[in-house]
Design a binder for this molecule. Structure first.
Ligand code: PBG
Length: 323
C-alpha cells in the first residue's frame, strides 16, 4: 500500500505535528448575564452552571478568566420588568445596569475586550428586537434606538458593540453615529447571519426576554437559507462591520465555512444557550463525556472557519486548556 493515512496518527506527538486546528483560550469570548443585586443572583435553570451575576461577582470571575488567557467578555443585562418599555428607553440610560457594569469592568480590567449587546429585547416590554406596532416589527424606527444604545455603551467604555437585532441597515447607521460622536475606535461585531433558532430558548429564560407575542421570523433568518447569510455578511461588511458573526454555531457549520471563505473581516461564531444546554444535560446524565464533547464541539466550530467563539463554556474550557 503506497498511501497509509494511519502513519500520521501513530502517536500523540505525530498527531500534534499534523494537527490543522488548535483551540486557544484567547479564541474565546465569555457571554455573561448581569443582575443588579446579590438577591437576584441565581443559576439559570435551563443552563446548569451558568449564573446571573452582579458586577461585583463578575469582577472576581473576570480576574480568574484573564489569568487563564481569555481576553473578551460579552455582557447581557437581565432587567426587572418595571424597567421594560415599548421603546426600550432604559437601554440608553447612562446610569443603567449595563453602563455602570461596563465602567467598573473597564476601570478594573482596561485590557479586557468588553463587548456589549445592541438589541432592544432585554429592555423591551414586547420582548422583540425592534419597535412593535400593530403586531409588526418596524425596521427604520428601530435604528435610532439601536444607535442611542450603542452610543451610550461606547460612552461607558465598551470596546466593541454587537448589534444582535437583525434590522436592515443598522450597522451603517450605528457606525455613522459612533463616528460623528468621536467613537471611531469602537468596533462593531455584527450578528450578521443570525437565524430564527429554537436554540435560543435558555437565553430567553435567563433574561426573561421571550417575545410576548409572535416570533422573530420576520427579522431573524430562516434556518433553511445560506445564500441569504452571505448577503447579510456582505451588507454588514459594506456598512462597516469589523467582525461578522454566525449564530447558532454547531448546526450552522456550513454557514460558518462559507462565510469564512468569502469574508475579508474576521468571523465569529456563537455557541448559543441551547447548544450549552444540550451538551450540559447529556453530560450530567452521564451520557456524554463533558470535557471531550465540549472541546470537540469548539474545535469543530473553529475548524469550520471561525476565528473567535462565544461560548458559555469559556471559563471551564480555559481551565481545561491550562491543565
Ligand atoms: C437577543 C439575543 C439573543 C441571543 C443573543 N442576543 C436571543 C434572541 O435573539 O432571541 C441568544 C444567545 C443564546 O441563545 O445564547 N438580541
Amino acid at each position: 500500500m503506497l498511501i497509509r493515512p494511519r502513519r500520521n496518527r501513530k502517536n500523540a506527538a505525530m498527531r500534534s505535528l499534523v494537527r490543522e486546528t488548535v483551540l486557544r483560550a484567547s479564541d474565546l469570548i465569555w457571554p455573561c448575564f448581569l443582575v443588579e443585586s446579590s438577591e437576584q443572583e441565581s443559576e439559570i435553570k435551563s443552563m446548569p452552571g451558568v449564573y446571573r451575576l452582579t458586577t461585583e461577582s463578575l469582577l472576581t470571575q473576570v480576574e480568574e478568566l484573564v489569568g487563564l488567557g481569555v481576553g473578551a467578555i460579552a455582557l447581557f443585562p437581565a432587567l426587572e420588568d418595571s424597567l421594560k418599555t415599548p421603546d426600550a428607553r432604559e437601554s440608553w440610560n447612562e446610569k443603567g445596569l449595563l453602563q455602570r457594569a461596563v465602567r467598573t469592568l473597564k476601570k478594573n480590567f482596561p485590557e479586557v475586550v468588553l463587548i456589549t449587546d445592541v438589541a432592544m429585547d432585554p429592555y423591551s416590554s414586547d420582548g422583540h428586537d425592534g419597535v412593535v406596532k400593530d403586531g409588526r416589527i418596524l425596521n427604520d424606527e428601530t435604528l435610532p434606538i439601536l444607535a442611542k444604545m450603542a452610543l451610550s455603551q461606547a460612552q461607558a467604555g465598551a470596546d466593541m458593540v454587537a448589534p444582535s437585532d437583525m434590522m436592515d441597515g443598522r450597522i451603517g447607521f450605528i457606525r455613522d453615529v459612533l463616528d460623528n460622536e468621536g467613537f471611531t475606535d469602537v468596533s462593531i461585531m455584527a450578528y450578521s447571519a443570525k437565524y430564527a433558532s429554537a436554540f435560543y430558548g435558555p437565553f430567553r429564560d435567563a433574561l426573561d426576554s421571550a417575545p410576548k407575542s409572535g416570533d422573530k421570523k420576520t427579522y431573524q433568518m430562516d434556518p433553511a437559507n445560506v445564500r441569504e447569510a452571505l448577503l447579510e455578511v456582505e451588507l454588514d461588511i459594506q456598512e462597516g462591520a469589523d467582525v461578522v458573526m454566525v449564530k447558532p454555531a454547531m448546526a450552522y457549520l456550513d454557514v460558518i465555512a462559507q462565510t469564512a471563505d468569502c469574508s475579508p473581516v474576521p468571523v465569529a461564531a456563537y455557541q448559543v444557550s441551547g447548544e450549552y444546554a444540550m451538551l450540559k444535560a447529556a453530560s450530567q446524565l452521564g451520557w456524554l463525556d463533558e470535557e471531550q464533547v465540549v472541546m470537540e464541539s469548539l474545535l469543530a466550530i473553529k475548524r469550520a472557519g471561525s476565528d473567535m467563539i462565544l461560548t458559555y463554556f469559556a471559563p471551564q474550557v480555559a481551565r481545561w486548556l491550562r491543565r
